[in-house]
Design a protein around this ligand. Sequence first.
Ligand code: AMP
Length: 398
Amino acid sequence: MKILVINAGSSSLKYQLIDMETEQVMAKGLCERIGIDGHLKHTPLVGGKPVFNEDLPLPTHSEAIAAVIDKLTSAEYGVVASMSEIDAVGHRVVHGGEKFASSVKIDDAVMAALEECTPFAPLHNPANITGINACKAVMGDVPMVAVFDTAFHQTMPGKAYMYALPYEYYQNDGIRRYGFHGTSHRYVSSRCAELMGKPIEELKLISCHMGNGSSICAIDHGKCVDTSMGFTPLVGLPMGTRCGDLDAGVIQFLMNKYGYSIDEMLNILNKKSGVLGVSGVSSDFRDLDAAAEKGNDRARLALDMFHYWVAKVAGSYVAAMNGVDAIIYTAGVGENSAETRAAISSYFGYLGVEIDSEANSKRGEDIMISTPDSKVKVFVIPTNEELVIARDTRDIVA
Ligand code: AMP
């Protein structure tokens, strides 16, 4: 079975074609500047075909999907003979609200429910819906599955997901913590259990997804019991450009003082804050490491804040679960920055965590970076959201 995994953004569309017999990625690519002009980078990973990396007109997502199918099936760049070899499509959908606690086969009722979730993710869900409609237009009746960023977190208990606001905002408007990066937390936690050789139902895990956006998840016996992102992905840890947790009174103060509209204010909180805002240097942790190395105090402060917040939130999850068996680092920063992992892990002495610095210096593989004697194990596990989407799609379609 071959499954096309689609992650549609407002002007971009990422894809992978995965052969489920071997779970090998046959081709991957990225359409960019959809609706502006258009660019497609298509990378075949089997058959020794060349990379296609050129501008081409992509006025809408339908042309983008058509271009992807064209490349996947072309004699020069293709990895399959025709579209009929693609058995199903798995779509990443950001927000499933309380309607979707797991992945689902897409039909008209699901499309209507996705529309209803749109107010929760006004930037992301419309793009995901556009991607699904474009696929339907180009691929006809090929079965499609939606896999939600929020679904894994639907097992959180009320005490973790409720905000202490008047109850009717939850009841009438769905205002609560939803959490994001669920597909990533789900992948790395189940992989961690495999690496530990234990059923996930016997483990207490804390997964730290640290990339441009970052979130932490407490996974107790295989179920999410808390996570740091909330109603939106803005809160929790300070991130590349997002502020993380913030006293709402600050928003009122700044809007009054500087006359910002709510859109201007949210733009500051989403795009100009986080480690970028504090450092004034960059949202990229590599740039921050380099600047801190050269003695830039604000870059140092931004990094220290990030490490502190990860340790603080993870510590609160140790309390929430009354213990922890393993801590997992994943995503761009978690997978690549040995310094970040060491700095965060240095807060976990009270848990009996000991880091093996040689293991911690390795990259690109699933690896335990704690010493054999470490009371709590620490792992680096490269995330693979596309594989989870493809597996769910296979299971649901089958
Ligand atoms: P992601 O959102 O998971 O793709 O992660 C992207 C982020 O990973 C980038 O913004 C970088 O800050 C970070 N990153 C990638 N490589 C490194 C590295 N070697 N050291 C520190 N940070 C890195």
